[in-house]
Design a protein around this ligand. Structure first.
Ligand SMILES: Nc1ncnc2c1ncn2[C@@H]1O[C@H](COP(=O)(O)OP(=O)(O)OP(=O)(O)O)[C@@H](O)[C@H]1O
Length: 268
């Protein structure tokens, strides 16, 4: 029988990793992608993962999503093992490329997971309308992806991940391919969406300002094998206008992230 929302431990961590290890075995040898990762993510947190290319950020997200199987340690998602959490539709996943089907309209793309999950026609309509409003894309339901800018496509992809109302959102560099101005705006919108919905966010980025601006917790990772080198609980207020990036508090955290990244590189 599939686990349901009622089966989940209400008070526990949304994500709990203890001594997590993952080694990939390939024809060229083995790659130790994650080493002794310990992390607890509480409900409603916004957690960013930052680190050099290849340090295991995507691999960690894929473990949470039940798409990779750790080779050691333990991992739970909403109190369930990741595979059970995946079957209970515990999370929405947003990738670097928006990944919208070009032959489906924006509404059709958002409807897809709802069709797979067997929602009623009325419910599908309601959810498409509501999630489009959440990402500020009202009126674009019948457009095709190519009729939207890159930033709008990425918002549609976020709407798709939100449509079935999972309380955990996994986002793998969703704004990495966008220019800085669009990215700034989407960062502001994402923060406001997070404040309105109370979702738990796991967010992978290469950008220090993006990580500091968005997060309540920043996980700094170092390469070969991927480890957590620092976890920073942000003292910044929840309300964050973009110009907070010029404040002393912001600059101090950015400095600590940079130092963490540098130390990790030197150890590697
Ligand atoms: N399926 C796989 N088989 C073998 N090795 C893999 C596999 N997936 C990832 N790796 C290796 O694991 C390591 C971590 O990869 P991962 O994609 O998690 O890094 P990342 O931090 O997300 O990198 P980037 O910032 O470039 O996206 C890398 O060395 C990568 O080559």
């Amino acid at each position: 029988m599939e686990a349901t929302a009622e089966d989940r431990a209400p008070g526990g961590s949304v994500v709990a990793a203890q001594g997590l290890n993952l080694t990939f075995h390939t024809n060229d040898g083995s790659v130790h992608a994650l080493k002794d990762v310990n992390l607890a993510v509480e409900r409603g947190e916004f957690v960013s993962f930052i680190g050099p290319s290849g340090c295991g950020k995507t691999t960690f997200l894929r473990c949470v999503a039940g798409l990779e199987t750790p080779t050691g340690g333990s991992l739970s998602v909403n109190g369930l093992d990741p595979d059970a959490a995946r079957r209970a539709r515990a999370y929405g996943y947003v990738f670097q490329a928006a990944g919208l089907y070009p032959w489906r309209t924006i509404g059709g793309n958002i409807r897809l997971p709802l069709e797979i999950m067997g929602f009623s026609e009325d419910e599908k309509k309601r959810r498409v309308r509501e999630t489009l409003a959440l990402v500020d894309l009202d009126g674009f339901e019948n457009k095709f992806p190519w009729q939207l800018s890159g930033g709008m496509q990425q918002r549609a992809s976020i709407a798709r991940a939100l449509s079935f109302d999972a309380d955990l959102l996994l986002m793998d560099e969703p704004f990495g391919a966008l220019d800085e101005i669009v990215r700034d705006r989407l960062n502001e919108e994402l923060l406001s969406l997070w404040a309105r919905t109370g979702k738990t966010m796991l967010f992978v980025t290469h950008s220090i300002p993006e990580a500091v601006y968005l997060s309540t917790k920043i996980v700094v990772m170092s390469p070969r094998p991927g480890r957590i080198s620092d976890v920073i609980d942000s003292p910044l207020p929840k309300e964050r206008p973009l110009d907070i990036r010029d404040s002393r508090g912001f600059i101090d955290i950015a400095h600590r992230v940079r130092e963490g990244l540098r130390a990790g590189m030197e150890e590697a």
